[in-house]
Design a protein around this ligand. Sequence first.
Ligand code: G6P
Length: 482
Amino acid sequence: EHRAQSPGRPGQVLVASNRGPVSFSLGADGSLTAKRGGGGLVSGLSTLTPGTGTWVCAALGEGDRAAVARSGARLDPADTGGQAVRMLDIPDGTFDAAYNGIANSVLWFVHHLLYQTPFEPVFDAAFEAQWADYETYNAAFAEALAAEAAPGAAVLVQDYHLSLVPALLRDRRPDLRIGHFTHTPWAPPDLFRVLPDAVARRLLLGILGADRAAFHTPRWARAFADCCADLLGARIDGQDIHHEGRITRLGVHGLGADAEFLRERASRPDVDERLAALRAQVGDARTIVRVDRTELSKNIVRGLFAFRRLLTDRPQWRGQVTHVAFAYPSRQDLAVYRDYTAEVSRVAEEINAAFATDGWTPVVLHVKDDFARSLAAYRMADVALVNPIKDGMNLVAKEIPVVSERGCALVLSTEAGAAAELGEDALLVNPYDIAGTAEALHLALSMDADERDRRTKRLSAAATALPPQTWFLEQLAALDPA
Ligand code: G6P
C-alpha cells in the first residue's frame, strides 16, 4: 500500500464545490460532450500529479443535472487536468432548496449587502425547510469526501454553498487537513446577525471545522473573525481563531489573473474575428467595457445610469464613446435574476432611444455568453468599468489590464476585493454614487496616454501577482502539517 503522502495516489487532494470543473453541451442525438470549465481552480488542480486529485461537486456546467447524471457521460482526463470528478446524486428538490434557496437567495444577499431589495429577510417555515435541505446537501458532500479521501489527505472546500462541510467532515475524518475558501465577501457582524442566531452560528462553526479559513482579502477575513468573536465568543489572536479547544487559522490568498493563459487565448483567430466585428460596430468611438454575469451585486444598472449621466453632464462625449456591456445570463431559476436581466436590457434600450444618432449607438449590449468576444472587448477597451456593490475579488478587473492593447483606465468599486491590490492605479468609486461614477468615467476617458500606459502596466503586474496555480498550491502548502 502507498503511504498517505506518496505521489500518484488518488484522493490525496480533494476539491469540493457546488459546480464542478467541466461543463457539458448537448448534441443533436441527445449525447453529452464534456468540455473544460474556466476558472482558476481548474488550472490549479491541473498542476497536481495526474490522478492524485478528486473533485466532488453537485452540478456540472449550466445544463440539466439529471441529464448529465443519466447520460453516464465520460470525462476526458484532459478536460479535468487528469483528476477524477465525482458528481453527487443529490435529489433535485434538495439541490434546488440548498442552491437556489439558501445559498443564492439568502447567503449571497447577506454577504453582498443586498439585504433590502430584493432580499427581504423573512425567516419562516419555508426557510426552515430549505435550511434542512442545505444541511442535507452539505452532509452529502461530507459523506462523499470522507469516503474518497486517502489517509491524511488535504481537502479544499469552496464557498458559501458548503459552509457546513468542514465541521461535518472533521467529525467523520479527524485525520484530514481541511481548508475552506470563501470566494464572496464576508458580512460584518451587524449584517451577518440578520440571519437567525442558530443558523448564523451553524455557518460559523461549520467553517471553523477547517484548519484554515481563507478569503481573497484581509477585509473579508477580518469580518469573518469579527463574526466568530461576536456571535460565538471566539478568541482572536492574530491570524488564529481559538474556539472550543481548536484553532482555525485565517488565510488571505488574493486570486490573480492567469497572464499566460489569457494572452495566448486572446491572440487566437476566433478572438481576432470578434474584435473586427466589434470594431465595425463601434467605429472610431472610444470604448467603456464591462463584462459580468448578470448579477445584482455587479451593479450593472447603476453602471448604465452612470454612463447616461456622463452623456448628460459631459455632452462632448456624445458620439465619441460607446459603452460595450456584456451581461451574461446567470441563475435564471431565480425570479429576481430574471427581472434584473430584463431591467438591464430595458435601461440599455432607453439610453439608446434617448441618445443614438445615425452613426452612433451609445450602448452595445450583448447577453449571450461568449468568452472569445469578452477577450476581444478586453483587447479594445479604453476604459474598464467594474463597479460592484460588493465582490469577493472580481477577476475581470484583473484580466482587462493584462489583455488590453491600448492601455486601459480602470474605474473600480472600492467594494470589490480587487481594490485591495489595484486601488492605487485604478480610479476608485463608491458603487452607489452615480454622479461620482460618471465623473470617474470622464477622468478615465480624459487620462493622457502616458499616464494610462504607466497605470496599465502597474495594474497588470499587480493583477498577475498570484496566478491560479500559485494560489492553489499556496493553500495546499499552508495546510501541510510540517
Ligand atoms: C460566484 C461564486 C461561485 C459561483 C459563481 C457563479 O463567483 O463565488 O461559487 O460558482 O459565482 O455562480 P453559479 O451560481 O452560476 O455557480
